[in-house]
Ligand binder design. Sequence first.
Ligand SMILES: *Cc1c(COP(=O)(O)O)cnc(C)c1O
Ligand code: SF4
Length: 369
Amino acid sequence: MPEQEADSLLKKSFVEEVEKLSVWEELLKKSVVDVDQLAAICKGGIDKEKLNAVIKQYPMRINPYYLSLIKKKDDAIWKQCIPDLKEMDDPEGFEDPLCEERDSPVSGLTHRYPDRVLLLVCNQCAMYCRFCTRKRKVGDPFKRITKEQIMEGINYIKEHPEVRDVLLSGGDPLLLSDTYLEWILKEIRKIPHVEIIRIGTRVPCALPHRITPELCEMLKKYHPLYVNVHFAHPDEITELSSEACNMLSNAGIPLSSQTVLLKGINDDPEVMKILMQKLLQIRVRPYYIYQADMTKGINHFRTRVDKGFEVIKAIRGWTSGLAVPHFVIDTPGGGGKIPVLPNYIVEKDDNKIVLKNYAGKTYTYTEHC
Ligand SMILES: *Cc1c(COP(=O)(O)O)cnc(C)c1O
Ligand code: SF4
């Protein structure tokens, strides 16, 4: 496809219509959820019949804001949100590679680590990422999370004094209404042993309009509250997403990020370095880069682990230490997140350690005792 044509992949009428919308609920309602809509908006390149089969298995939702970030077919934004036939051809993957269900004492809560729990509060998202680890349940209307389930999770936390950190996740907790989310936060804050609350969300990236002054006013009543955002590519850092992060930061919420290493999207050390630097510019501290999980339907996004090492090597030392996240493998079988590092140790014995710096030079540190 010639470049000029590719630039106008989305029909002008659609782009104009979307630019007028600013209320997140309205934008969300205009999401593309079936192939006919997609074909009507995109000029060509959509095999309706084949994509329909994929969507039946794994729902599609692309809100118009995120869709508008696509510059051309098969770019980093396209690949994250447009279904691909390869999702149906993955004999290696597992529905629940991290065994979240096995480590779940009550539905929707995973208690894997000694002092913190993961509580799923919503199975909807502002868009469905094709590489989602919870592909087995996000967006499925039969797997909605009920108020009773959430209450059961909260009761579990009440009965477990060792839980000092609660992570709200999903789906995306920020797809809940302010009132409903506030109910959850208030209930959790009633528990004296819960020290911190974290929210994992893709909304500042995927539907920044959701970050309203009202939401920020509400959230800041529940400090210490941390938000972990999810960005995958520098093109996602726009004026609107920057402003959303700015608003959260101004509400006193420390922001960190997680990024999944994805083939064809961000498996390029230079792209990752730029992403991490741009995140710091919008006051988001890079936290994790994940090796892609062994989730069924996402095999085509998986890179080799060495690619992650290349990425870390290209960041550590070459740019601000603040830009360097932990590279982790969330291990199949429920072992949790394990950090992996490129090898900086050349040699180590009782008396000394020989190290290689970021630029490849070696240095020796002698042990004292
Ligand atoms: C990722 C995760 C956490 C939080 O891990 P941190 O390393 O503390 O950010 C907690 N519980 C589960 C089940 C998780 O997957
Ligand atoms: S926003 Fe998160 S939970 Fe939702 S589809 Fe994307 S990766 Fe999955």
